[in-house]
Design a protein around this ligand. Sequence first.
Ligand code: PLP
Length: 439
Amino acid sequence: MSHVFHRHLSHAYPTAVGGDGAYLIDAEGRRYLDACGGAAVSCLGHSDAEVIEAVREQVGQLAYAHSAFFTTEPMEALADFLIERAPEGLSSVYFVSGGSEAVEAALKLARQYVIERGEPERRHLIARRQSYHGNTLGALATGGNAWRRRQFEPLLVEVSHVSPCYAYRGQAEGETPEAYGERLARELEDEIQRLGSETVMAFVAEPVVGATLGAVPAVPGYFRRVREICDRHGILLILDEVMCGMGRTGSLFAAEQEGVAPDLVTIAKGLGAGYQPIGATLVSERIRSAIAEGSGFFQHGHTYIGHATACAAALAAQRAIESRDLLPRVRQLGDGLQRRLEARFGDHPRVGDIRGRGLFRGLELVADRETRAPFDPERQLHAAIKRTAMDHGLMCYPMGGTLDGRRGDHILLAPPFILEDGQLDEIVDKLDATLRSVL
Ligand code: PLP
């Protein structure tokens, strides 16, 4: 018996012992093509010599220095790198160890900002249903994934949840994408007015919804309308790019494709590319300066803030993405993946929608394509797909239970940016074999 408290306690996991580019290798020597980057993490694959060397060098020089005593070269250099490339208005970076911590920091920065501005009555958060912002209590409360929240509801602070921008299920027949986006923007503004606009602190959203819906981008113009509404009511816009950021959708920040300047942006996963655990919250100048000129101290911290080795790994990973010109490659590979998925599954009776941006793609599975009816919850489709895909040597990220009150299933694909064209075919072939066995 394993003494590890694994998340699935009745499940035997293969032991991963090595990595080779886009493949993970288990103790039996089996190779798994990592078509989901774990959970959209391993954007450079599993054996990147440059990043490995950077980690080695940093550990040899200085593994860690507590941020209450020192700053470090890799932390400063990584912050410079990110801010030089970040959406307009962002001027500093708060480093943490992962996505949930980045979201917690964003929520607390928002709250401290409104206090420092003399608006302590701003305490309400608005987010969207069918969203995921992490599993710590503040982040879980912010997310609208009913399945993940269910057991913990009594521990969660109240957050308002409006409709997600989810055209496949939300856009009405005959409604244009613009009209749909406008309808959602009105819903947000109605909620702000219902709460009292002077009591609302921030609106939180993923630019491209990842784990809960499976790579769902917003309709054009939606985020610009959201930004306008937030500005009109003095509300902060927090974009959670933990999954969709760091090049995953073909631009370093997903917000770039929406043409909006957020007040706070959270990143993690692809930031360290899995070579070290790291996350960050990018902070706009107006928030930084309000706190700097006010109390001068952010009332929130963790032991591993700005961990030197983690920052060195992330800096090496981000420099590698840039110096190897991988973002155009992400767009090209992403288009190639979409084309192949459509060619193979476009007429599949159980595939309702194929969507996404860059190397962030999702397939929505349905019991009936015409009615878009989801599968029976009892089928536990996602578990069977994950297991069967592993048997075929493929890692993909299926999720179930994502529709409000009904089951909904999708498969998320987020392969490494270093993929070769032939590996796109391998993903689609293995996925096809998996779906043939399971559906
Ligand atoms: N935010 C988003 C959008 C995510 O997808 C996730 C994880 O999947 C998180 C936050 C939480 O990140 P972590 O699991 O690193 O705490």
